[in-house]
Ligand binder design. Structure first.
Ligand code: PRT
Ligand code: ZN
Length: 226
């Protein structure tokens, strides 16, 4: 992506829980697209804007590295990537523009329902399965608890049952997944919703003008939804 380009580049999740709402929000702001399922890049039909459609995990890094101008991503992924990048000394700054009021969820500790659990101290010396090792260890450190992690990118909720872990740290929205797996939510360690983020280096004048036009429209759309 050419940073001198007049076209604003926005990264969104290609397919997943944030995709539909992300497109819907941009369209409500007057940015029109024709999406082709297999394509990574989509040009707007009516604005100098390009959409880059990627895994949500890639969005914070693309924005932090200035590869794209804006990104729409969950705070959970944003903070996990930020902590990982701080630990590995990679650029980790973004400018947060707006909370987007969709993709709400929480990252919680959960244990098998038959376990006695008084508090996070009970997890000392235990193993916790998660997709968010940095957020988890950051929380445990603040609580003064030493526990190990089993990093899984999926099926975290089955880990206790198959003996891979004693507890889990996973995203929850309705709680149905925990319930179905005989787990009980104990401590919320992080709450999240989708965020609009911008790369830290200033945008060129053309791009800044587009952002200045986009934000009031977004505020209008969100106000109308209340
Ligand atoms: O392929 P890609 O990497 O882009 O997608 P992904 O599979 O990593 O992410 P995806 O599409 O599942 O979620 C994208 C983002 O949506 C997350 O990073 C969160 O910011 C947000 N979000 C909101 C959720 C949920 N709600 C949610 N409930 N992400 C995941 N879940 C999962 C959770 O992991 C668990 O498996 O849903 C299950 C629990 O849901 P309940 O309703 O049973 O509690
Ligand atoms: Zn992901």
């Amino acid at each position: 992506v050419d940073t001198n380009s007049k076209r604003l580049t926005i990264a969104i999740q290609k397919s997943g829980r944030l995709s539909k709402e992300s497109i819907k929000l941009l369209e409500a702001c007057g940015v029109k697209f024709t999406l082709h399922e297999s394509r990574l890049l989509a040009h707007s039909n009516n604005q100098p804007i390009d959409l880059l459609r990627v895994r949500d995990d890639d969005i914070p890094g693309l924005v932090m590295d200035g590869v794209v101008d804006l990104g729409l991503v969950g705070e959970n992924v944003l903070e996990e990537v930020r902590l990982e990048r701080v630990a590995t000394e990679l650029p980790a700054e973004v400018t947060r523009l707006r909370s987007l009021e969709f993709g709400q969820c929480r990252l919680s500790l959960a244990v098998p329902k038959e376990d006695a659990y008084q508090g996070v101290q009970d997890l000392a010396g235990k193993r916790i399965a998660t997709t968010y090792p940095y957020l988890l260890q950051d929380y445990l450190k603040k609580q003064g608890v030493n526990a190990s992690t089993a990093i899984l990118t999926g099926s975290v909720e089955v880990a206790p049952r198959v003996g891979l872990a004693d507890a889990i740290c996973d995203l929850v929205s309705t709680g149905a997944t925990l319930e179905a797996n005989g787990l009980v939510e104990k401590d919320v360690i992080f709450t999240s919703q989708a965020q609009l983020i911008q790369r830290p280096e200033p945008l060129n004048a053309d791009k800044q003008a587009m952002v200045d036009q986009l934000l009031p429209r977004l505020d209008g759309v969100q106000k109308a939804r209340e």
